[in-house]
Design a protein around this ligand. Structure first.
Ligand code: QAP
Ligand code: CO
Length: 173
């Protein structure tokens, strides 16, 4: 499956993703195709809507202590629901759909979630640190929410101005 990343301000990113009901070959093909897209673009997380599939699917590959991304640490998360959330943490986030921009966003520090794996098995995961942040960022995508939506009015205005300038340069050269 040939996938390309949808970039802001594409309206597609505002779509609400739908629950996965068929854990079939098509789903596996989507998951298998999302992984190289994320790795080739230096991503740690990717939601299906970022490659034009409005399904409640996301993948995560958080680097280990050595800073290495290994496939054993690949998480495939389908139909996630957060059941517990605690504390606050601020992290400078980015997004493959909003290239070259990074801003501080406040998230819950610890979360517990239920989700399904590619074979529809139900799982529970307790997360903190970067993993917890990444899960919340990717779950926002399922609702059509981007990290820039969490910025203050002033920061958001600054972002829009800088992003517009970047797009102008990109398409004039
Ligand atoms: C979401 O983001 C995330 O602008 C995943 O030029 C972000 O993988 C989770 C990326 C922060 C936790 C903390 C962004 C790559 C990758 C860029 C990403 C870029 C190249 C973003
Ligand atoms: Co993102």
């Amino acid at each position: 499956m040939n996938l390309t990343i949808v970039e802001y301000p594409d309206k597609k990113l505002r779509q609400k993703s739908k629950e996965v009901k068929s854990f079939d070959h098509k789903l596996h093909e989507l998951l298998d195709s999302m992984y190289p897209v994320m790795m080739n673009t230096n991503g740690i997380g990717l939601a299906a809507i970022q490659v034009s599939f409005a399904l409640r699917v996301l993948i995560l590959n958080i680097p280990d202590e050595e800073g290495e991304q290994t496939k054993e640490n690949l998480l495939e998360i389908i139909n996630p629901v957060i059941t517990h959330k605690n504390g606050e943490t601020i992290y400078q986030e980015g997004c493959l759909s909003v290239p070259k921009f990074y801003e501080d966003v406040k998230r819950f520090e610890n979360i517990i979630l239920n989700y399904q794996d590619r074979d529809a098995n139900t799982k529970t995961l307790e997360a903190d640190g970067l993993l917890a942040i990444a899960i919340q960022h990717e779950m926002d995508h399922l609702e059509g929410i981007l990290f820039i939506d969490h910025l203050s009015y002033a920061r958001r205005k600054k972002f829009e101005k800088e992003y517009k300038r970047m797009l102008k340069e990109k398409f004039s050269s």
